[in-house]
Design a protein around this ligand. Sequence first.
Ligand SMILES: CC(=O)N[C@H]1[C@@H](OP(=O)(O)OP(=O)(O)OC[C@H]2O[C@@H](n3ccc(=O)[nH]c3=O)[C@H](O)[C@@H]2O)O[C@H](CO)[C@@H](O)[C@@H]1O[C@H](C)C(=O)N[C@@H](C)C(=O)N[C@H](CCC(=O)O)C(=O)O
Ligand SMILES: Nc1ncnc2c1ncn2[C@@H]1O[C@H](COP(=O)(O)OP(=O)(O)OP(=O)(O)O)[C@@H](O)[C@H]1O
Ligand SMILES: N[C@H](CCC[C@H](N)C(=O)O)C(=O)O
Ligand SMILES: [Mg+2]
Length: 487
Amino acid sequence: MIVLKDILFKVTLESVTGNPGVPVNAIHFDSRKVGLNDVFVALRGTQSDGHAFIKKAVDQGAIAVICEELPDDFVNGVTYVQTSDTAQALAIMASNYYGNPSANLKLVGITGTNGKTTIATLLYQLFTKAGFKTGLLSTVKVLVAEHEYPATHTTPDSLTINKYLAEMNEAGVEYCFMEVSSHGIHQKRSEGLQFAGGIFSNLTHDHLDYHASFAEYRDVKKSFFDNLPKSAFALSNLDDRNGQVMLQNTKAKKVTYALKSFADYRAQILENQLSGLLLKINDQEVWVKLIGSFNAYNVLAIYAAAELLGLTQLEALQYLSELTSVSGRFQYLISPKKITAIVDYAHTPDALKNVLETINDIRTKNEKLITVVGCGGDRDRTKRPKMGRIAAALSTQVIFTSDNPRTENPEAIIEEIEKGVEPVDYKKTLSITSRKQAIKTACQMAEENDIILIAGKGHETYQEINGVRTDFDDFKIVSELLTQLNK
Ligand SMILES: CC(=O)N[C@H]1[C@@H](OP(=O)(O)OP(=O)(O)OC[C@H]2O[C@@H](n3ccc(=O)[nH]c3=O)[C@H](O)[C@@H]2O)O[C@H](CO)[C@@H](O)[C@@H]1O[C@H](C)C(=O)N[C@@H](C)C(=O)N[C@H](CCC(=O)O)C(=O)O
Ligand SMILES: Nc1ncnc2c1ncn2[C@@H]1O[C@H](COP(=O)(O)OP(=O)(O)OP(=O)(O)O)[C@@H](O)[C@H]1O
Ligand SMILES: N[C@H](CCC[C@H](N)C(=O)O)C(=O)O
Ligand SMILES: [Mg+2]
């Protein structure tokens, strides 16, 4: 049995009214989940303020309330704890409640605008191949050794993170790779975790609906490195203009990687084909099945992290060459009529540019590149025209369509995307609101040796329209359509 006092260990307390020795059942930050003898933590959210639900939580049986502002009326028998930052308190309490599971394994956090899922998933693959029990917390899925759970967030809330880490402890997991999103850092979801290392991939335009400015977005990412302990490594991409910034104030061991700049770990691209990349890392040549120069950065980060975590150069290189691709990241098929269909999760301007440039490097002038792309609703609107401009400039033909419109009007989103298209590219564009119809049209347009890129939704198996999610899988749909159309 665990008592409130133990859960509050290391939480900065302003006042405690009641009995801190009270036994506790579970911790919740959502009043709707509170039951008898639970602790309710009031969080200030983006939609509402958890403090408004304190009474409801107590009515449902909460034995203790953690808040920034005490309620006017205290209920007898309930312990009220005041702290200046409930999100931070929740994260520390979550670690305490689950027995500080991050200290019992080597936890590596990966942050940056693009590449987090790729790096985390491939590190999971690599350490599993090396014979270690490994864990993964990613946008696509959660893995506790080989046991799979669906992912709800890129970085889940602190209670969920610690619950999974505790399960990893039980399963004997030695290494865990987790994505650390900027929302996650800002909402303190990863606070209090004991990291063995942090990796920075890159920083480009995204999430400017949530963060007030690009500088704030950068500083939030930087704070992850600022908070790493001395015992950890901080591995950063020096070719990114903010790579050095991330390392500025960290206490961790600074390690760098780059393709162009001078860095601790360096790589050179020798060949770049649809079947993979031939890289030279530390004077050793290695063939990897990942496509596109941007993936050379991911591979180099993975190699460096593997070595920093104790694998030999030889082991790291051998396992690198065995890695397979990540679901929905440059996932492709070649149809019987030699049409290549690529599904990619590019949902930022930089990712879209990288993927299109990669395809343009590979294709010949006679082969058309037909791009199907949209942008998610209720998310950063400022990236829409940028993505429209890039898609049109770098493709032979573009079909703008819906991504996950959520609560927005899909036609209005498409209009915002179209606003970015340069006049010289107008004739290349078309808009079809139904994503399935857009993919079908692309398949109809495609001829032998042409390439279809379907961007934005990658691994996602649903489309969300007005709060309703229906089955939708870009890769499955394009495969079926090409077969139906006999292409
Ligand atoms: C915008 C955002 O990040 N929202 C996250 C946030 O919710 P919120 O702050 O909006 O919560 P709120 O609705 O204002 O409520 C405030 C508090 O009152 C509580 N409440 C509310 C109602 C009630 O009746 N009783 C009650 O107690 C809520 O439980 C909450 O604690 O905290 C919640 C709990 O951790 C998250 O589930 C929720 O994620 C939403 C669903 C979401 O869509 N988040 C996305 C944007 C996100 O986090 N994405 C990142 C980055 C993706 C990437 O780049 O890969 C990710 O890490 O997934
Ligand atoms: N190192 C990289 N640099 C630039 N673009 C990349 C890089 N790695 C992947 N991408 C592009 O970004 C897309 C998303 O990649 P990935 O899922 O690995 O990133 P992520 O950071 O996890 O994204 P999210 O924030 O949505 O979780 C890929 O489909 C690809 O188009
Ligand atoms: N991790 C990204 C996912 C966007 C994917 C796109 N398909 C969408 O739904 O907007 C985000 O939360 O902004
Ligand atoms: Mg991700």
